[in-house]
Design a protein. Structure first.
Lengths: 688, 127
């Protein structure tokens, strides 16, 4: 052993060198445990000691607790929790109490030393106080197998090293403290982020059953807790029902329908009754807590109330596996989250209530609409049928008198006939719409022209965009709709009616607007305008708009109406757009088309090369086509009849009407057919 | 002879009521909307003994209007506060009846029982 064999100045120099090396080695170690363990090893290696150990003063200041010990003896004593009383008989206790080094040589004879069963070979021992600043933080013990291993003059060299060690320990402790602060700061930042997320989601998720599970996930994951769950008070106010729970435990409890009595012994029950947070640290000893088999590891639990506007809506439970898990900061941030959550729950409740109210309102509206429709129908039928009953009463009187006035009788019969006819017309309006529709690509311009002619409404301006020329519709029904709309506009006193067609904003749709500058409707009339039999006009059925609604809906379209009293009305119709169907025309007959020079005529003449347009009939043609809604229809029909050409004349029309069809067939025309709007439909005109 | 002003926009109703009233021995002045009803009234204000006005018909602007008859009633009452007026309607509705009577109408008559109308006129005029 160098330290033992050398002597004098040389020996002292060796000690100082070793002390310096130890100091250098330990100065940079910031981890306290690593520092102490390395220190005892380095000291033994450098000084060739048998054993070295470091004691640190505990929090009470009464005990020096072994923090590191060399080799097997060290490990054994650490495992035993070896500690020495400060100021007691031990060398370490004395060194700390007196703030000075103690040396015991030939230890067996020294009174202050107690034989340590783990260090039986010790013959010399030195205890050096570890002093950082003014504070004794512990002691270093070094032991040798040699008798008289230490001299008084060695103390200074070793004490220098002990002082360095004390500084290093203080640094390591400071570092640990800094680390803790840093971790706390990071945690706080994470919690603030979580609180922020909760706040954001609480305002954006209105569905409680989606919101609450998100909340428990965020709380557990951001804080690293064991479990979180949300209870909401049920309608009876007696039970707090679990609505979301974290992980498998939560799933199991939700499946069981877990609920706790409000005001009962549970923390949640108490928290809700009092509207106050309940915190149980080391839950095992807390009276209000009952062991939950799904959460066996809970050691701390907190219940925070969800309060909105003074009302406790429920509570959130947060549980940790650690004792004393909740810092004041945690409680503050979690209560803030709970407050956000309470607002969200209240919002969701409000929304549910609103939806229920809306559904109720809708039911009321439907009922109201039915009532209005029924009332209007009764009113209408009553009005129309009334002249019949009145007139019949008069007729009976007249006949009973024995001297009936023939003119009066005739007039009364005419009154009855007219009343009955009006009622029959309604039947057609009602049932006509229900007839099967034959949707096909229809040339909008032609249908509109037919509607204008049929309604005899003037001052109609139309503007149909090229890419909105065709819609999928039944031309007869669509004409009927447009006739109804034009008549409505005209009867509202419109001086100008504008019909526009454009491609709709929805792909593949055409938007048709019929706008007028007539009287318009006030809100009350507008609200009832779709009701059957509702009308403000004398002699009308109140079926125009309901029929239009039915037709357009059947065609997979939409119809809406905007109106302002005194300003006018705009009806908007959306219909599927279409393209004309192409087909093989084969050989075509020579056709004379009697029609205006309009869009449909141009389409027809462009498609059929063997056709020509004229105003008068001609014998040369194989087939005469006459447009029912052409300007000069009646004169042309007379001319055809006069020329004896009715047999090769087909009347083409946008809208078939049974009465008109009967009249024309009786007159002797070959046929009355729907107009073809696509090349593919044209051959059907002459094919059987 | 008793002169009756009859205003109703339903052509057939108007004619049928007119015939019934004529047969009962009244002189009948007819009109098909508020405006012509008002004009007929003004031209004959002194000799009309009773007015029978429909509740729902075109208003003074000629455009359809709910309860336009009450407007005509008000104007008639301004000129002749004591003229008996019967309001005609197809609605058997207490609210509207009360409104008409508050507006100065003597009675309210639900269409469909026309023979009763002749009796009602008799009762009002003989009171």
């Amino acid at each position: 052993m160098k330290a033992h064999q050398a002597s004098g100045i040389e020996r002292h120099a060796i000690l100082l060198n070793a002390a310096a090396r130890v100091s250098r080695s330990i100065a940079s170690i910031l981890d306290l445990n690593l520092l102490l363990n390395r220190t005892v090893d380095i000291i033994c290696d450098e000084f060739k000691f048998y054993y070295a150990g470091v004691f640190l003063v505990d929090e009470s200041g009464s005990w020096a607790v072994l923090a590191a010990g060399r080799g097997e003896p060290g490990r054994a004593m650490l495992a035993e929790g070896h500690k020495l009383h400060i100021g007691g008989n031990s060398m370490v206790g004395a060194a700390i109490a007196n703030r000075e080094a103690r040396i015991a040589l030939d230890v067996g004879a020294e009174a202050v030393h107690f034989k340590n069963p783990h260090l039986l070979r010790t013959r010399s021992e030195m205890a050096l106080p570890l002093i950082a600043g003014d504070e004794v933080i512990g002691a270093l013990t070094v032991q040798s197998e040699l008798e008289a291993a230490f001299k008084e003059e060695d103390i200074a060299a070793l004490q220098t090293m002990a002082d360095q060690l004390a500084v290093a320990i203080a640094n390591a402790r400071l570092h640990r403290q800094n680390q803790t602060l840093l971790r706390q700061a990071e945690r706080r930042a994470r919690l603030l982020r979580a609180a922020n997320t909760v706040g954001r989601e609480a305002t954006s998720i209105l569905d409680i059953d989606r919101l609450l599970p998100r909340m428990v996930d965020i709380v557990v994951e951001a804080y690293g807790f064991y479990y979180a769950g949300v209870f909401l008070v049920d309608e009876s106010g007696e039970w707090a029902v679990l609505r979301a729970g974290y992980g498998e435990a939560g799933k199991a409890m939700l499946a069981e329908g877990h609920k706790l009595q409000v005001g009962g012994n549970s923390m949640i029950g108490t928290c809700i009754r009092l509207g106050e947070a309940r915190i149980a640290l080391d839950v095992g000893e807390e009276r209000v807590h009952f062991k939950n088999p799904h959460l066996p590891h809970t050691r701390s639990e907190m219940a925070l109330p969800l309060i909105f506007g003074g009302k406790v809506l429920g509570a959130i439970t947060i549980q940790s596996k650690e004792e004393r898990a909740f810092s004041p900061d945690d409680i503050t941030t979690l209560q803030t989250m709970a407050d956000h959550l309470a607002v969200a729950v209240q919002n969701a409740y409000t929304l549910e209530a609103l939806q229920a109210a809306h559904a109720e309102l809708l039911r009321t509206k439907v009922y109201e609409a039915l009532t209005v429709a029924t009332t209007e129908a009764i009113h209408w039928i009553g009005n129309k049928a009334m002249p019949i009953t009145m007139t019949i009463a008069r007729l009976q009187e007249d006949l009973a008198s024995g001297q009936p006035d023939l003119d009066s009788l005739k007039e009364d019969l005419a009154l009855i006939a007219e009343s009955a006819q009006t009622i029959l017309e309604v039947k057609e309006q009602l049932i006509g719409q229900a007839r099967e529709q034959k949707p096909r690509p229809v040339l909008l311009a032609d249908v509109l022209q037919a509607a204008i002619r049929q309604s005899q409404v003037e001052a109609v301006e139309s503007e149909i965009a090229a890419n909105a020329a065709y819609v999928i519709a039944d031309s007869t029904q669509l004409t009927r709709v447009l006739v109804n709309l034009l008549r409505n506009a005209s009867e509202a006193g419109a001086k100008q009616i504008t019909v526009r067609a454009r491609t709709g904003s929805e792909k593949g749709s055409v938007r048709i607007t019929v706008a007028d500058n007539g009287a318009g409707m006030d809100a009350e009339i507008l609200a009832k305008c779709w009701s059957p039999f509702y009308t403000t006009k004398p002699g009308r059925h109140g079926l125009g708009l309901p029929a239009a609604l039915h037709v357009i809906t059947q065609l997979q379209g939409q119809i809406s109406i905007k109106s302002q009293a005194g300003k006018g009305t705009t009806v908007e119709i959306l219909l599927p757009a279409a393209n004309p169907l192409l087909g093989d025309l084969g050989k075509t007959p020579n056709i004379l088309l009697i029609d205006d020079d309009d869009e449909w005529a141009r389409f027809f003449l462009k498609t059929i090369r063997t056709a020509e347009r004229a105003d008068r009939p001609s014998e040369k043609a194989d087939l005469i086509l006459l447009d029912e809604f052409a300007e000069g229809f009646e004169p042309a029909l007379k001319a055809i009849q006069k020329a004896g050409l009715l047999g090769k004349t087909i009347v083409v029309t946008a809208a078939l009407d049974v009465d008109r069809l009967t009249r024309l067939l009786r007159l002797g025309v070959k046929d009355v057919k729907l107009k073809p709007y696509s090349p593919a439909e044209i051959p059907a005109l002459w094919e059987k | 002879m008793t002169t009756v002003l009859l205003v109703d926009d339903e052509k057939l109703v108007l004619r049928s009521l007119e015939k019934t009233l004529l047969r009962a021995g009244f002189e009948v002045l007819t009109a098909g909307d508020c405006l012509s009803g008002w004009e007929t009234f003004r031209a004959n204000a002194d000799r009309i003994d009773i007015a029978i006005l429909d509740l729902n018909m075109p208003g003074f602007d000629g455009l359809p209007q709910a309860e336009a008859g009450l407007g005509l009633l008000k104007k008639v009452a301004d000129v002749r506060p004591n003229l008996p007026v019967i309001i005609l309607t197809a609605y058997d509705e207490v609210g509207k009846a009360r409104e008409a009577v508050e507006g100065g109408a003597r009675a309210y008559f639900v269409k469909g029982r026309e023979q009763g109308l002749v009796e009602l006129i008799g009762q009002i005029l003989n009171r």
